[in-house]
Design a binder for this molecule. Sequence first.
Ligand code: FES
Length: 104
Amino acid sequence: MKVKLCKVIDIPDMSMKSFDITGEPVLVANVNGKFYAISDICSHAMAYLSEGELMPEECHVQCPDHGAVFDLKTGEAIALPAVSPVAAYPITIEEDHLVIEMPD
Ligand code: FES
């Protein structure tokens, strides 16, 4: 299922934004003009990754609660205490808008 999110300019470079997509919290990050989308909920406990720290050099995000780190490209858990990945979603640009592909 494709979902149109917002205009590309609504998420400035080196920033993150959270979306609720049919009840699923999704984090969208802009790193050097490239966009990534992963689940916004940490796999360790209940925390919003979009409230954490963007690590642009590694293309990672750090959870605000206990410091787990996730790869924005794949959702892989890079650093403890999280061991499970979070979902990663394809995101594209269509006519100045970000479009995310969510599972049906
Ligand atoms: S809730 Fe994210 S590291 Fe614990």
